[in-house]
Ligand binder design. Structure first.
Ligand code: SF4
Length: 476
């Protein structure tokens, strides 16, 4: 019988994905011999590698195989599987509970090549640049055999129960809204899952879905968890769909705002007005909630540095609300990264240094209220270098990791030099013009190429390229 080893490609502290657990569970149910996690030193027939995030693609480069056949799956494959293709024998795109078992059966009979042409599968040796990526395979009905999952990898063990897949809202920048169809679990499934939990192992239950609060029976689920004598944390609640969900008053309320202006938010299908945000704070603080975290995306192609002022004005109105007690508002700033499965896949990201400086200055200014009020803290801004890495990996193709492998530790600089080389080669091609976004707001020492921003060295300025009156490159 085939021996299967499954592992997660991420740092040790990030292991314990419920999705990987579900796949291993279904393979076991089908009667296969699977070790999850795989035991080092054991020789397996098939290696299943689950990837949680595109930034973990880098770990693939030096990862020895533990079996002659390596299959890669995981959520990022539904967004863009291209970079991993040269580092495995097959890629599966989609929800694997049913499809992986069938895939293993095929391999058992006819080897990995027998997966060629089957929905959701890419066979690496048959793949050629420019081929169309297969559609995501989804489970017709959400599997109701998936048991609650006890994750030991954090500081304390906690149970995980899935309540839905996909997201009904489809914000234009978010891969979770576009990589699969929205399907909630039935309340019966969730009730049974909560009832079956062994509270001796843990009393902490995490219910998960891309947007938890859109689950139609969310309050009932929260009540069931409390009746069981357990606690739950709370993920993110859209402020435009606010419902009378009653939570503990010390719960951290997470809010994805994701656009500094109304114009941006409406453009990305997150239709929240500034007034909605202010009213949400008035309502929630009157209800007694005191801890908030705002998630903010910045760096969309159309954004201006001045857009920040609209956000600052909205926050000023929130600061002026007469609070009865101190409240805490953390703001997490994430630069926009184009996700290939979303409508904004071709939107060129920008990293505006003036804007980042303004954000930092503003945080210093508004940190502490006068008297009782809102303490606003900066929960972090992703730096430009990290953003560039993520753009390269998220939007990469079959050559991305191979190039990084060739360049070694210095890959960011070398990758960039490689792109300069490509630019020089493209210099005489008229279509080249289309690869750039010319705009005066970009610093003159930067340019944009294939959805990324790169620093521009002096050498290029001496080439046939030069800056036009808008600050963009001309002479192409
Ligand atoms: S940002 Fe949130 S609400 Fe919007 S699509 Fe993604 S998960 Fe859904």
């Amino acid at each position: 019988m085939l021996r299967i080893g499954m592992r997660e490609l991420c740092d040790q502290q990030d292991t314990g994905s419920p999705g990987a657990f579900f796949i291993a569970h279904h393979i076991k149910l089908a009667g296969y011999n699977i070790d999850y996690p795989a035991v080092m030193g054991v020789k397996y027939d098939i290696e299943l590698l689950s990837i949680h995030h595109s930034s973990d693609f880098l770990l693939l480069i030096d990862l020895p195989k533990i079996a002659p056949i390596r299959i890669i799956g995981g959520h990022p494959m539904q967004n863009n599987p291209l970079p991993v293709i040269p580092f495995c024998d097959a890629v599966f795109i989609g929800e694997g509970e049913t499809a992986i078992k069938e895939g293993i059966k095929k391999i058992e009979k006819g080897g990995v090549s027998s997966l060629y042409g089957i929905d959701g599968w890419i066979v690496s040796k048959e793949w050629k640049h420019g081929y169309t990526v297969p559609d995501t395979v989804i489970e017709k009905e959400l599997p109701d055999e998936n048991p609650p999952y006890l994750n030991h990898s954090g500081a304390s063990a906690s149970w995980y129960i899935e309540i839905a897949r996909g997201c009904p809202f489809k914000c234009a920048y978010c891969e979770l809204g576009h990589s699969t169809r929205y399907r909630p679990h039935t309340i019966e499934y969730i009730r049974n899952a909560i009832n079956s939990i062994d509270t001796k192992k843990s009393r902490k239950i995490n219910i998960f879905a891309p947007d938890e609060a859109s689950f139609p029976y969310y309050q009932e689920v929260v009540n069931l968890i409390e009746e069981k004598g357990c606690s739950t944390s709370f993920s993110s609640m859209r402020i435009d769909t606010v419902r009378d969900i009653s939570l503990k008053k010390n719960h951290l309320i997470r809010m994805g705002i994701d656009g500094m202006t109304e114009n941006t938010r409406f453009k990305v299908n997150k239709k929240i007005t500034n007034r909605d945000i202010i009213n949400y704070f008035i309502r929630r603080t009157r209800e007694g909630y005191v801890q908030f975290k705002i998630f903010m995306v910045f760096g969309y192609e159309w954004e201006n540095t001045e857009d920040f002022e609209e956000f600052a004005e909205t926050m000023e109105a929130i600061r002026r609300i007469p609070y009865r007690t101190n409240i805490s508002i953390r703001v997490k700033w994430t630069p926009f990264i184009p996700q290939p499965c979303t409508p904004l896949r071709k939107c060129i990201p920008q990293y505006d240094h003036d804007l980042v400086a303004r954000i930092n200055e503003w945080h210093v200014r508004v940190k502490t209220p006068r008297g009782i009020g809102a303490y606003i803290t900066n929960d972090g801004i992703m730096g430009e270098r990290n953003r560039q890495r993520q753009v390269i990996l998220t939007c990469g193709d079959e050559n991305t990791l191979l190039k990084i492998q060739k360049f070694g530790n210095n890959w960011e600089n070398e990758y960039y030099n490689d792109i300069i080389l490509v630019l020089r080669q493209l210099n005489n091609i008229p279509q080249f013009r289309r690869l750039f976004l010319f705009h005066s707001k970009y610093p003159k020492d930067r340019f944009h190429f294939q959805n990324a921003t790169f620093p521009l060295p002096q050498t290029i300025c001496c080439s046939p390229l030069s800056f036009g009156k808008n600050g963009g490159l001309t002479g192409l």
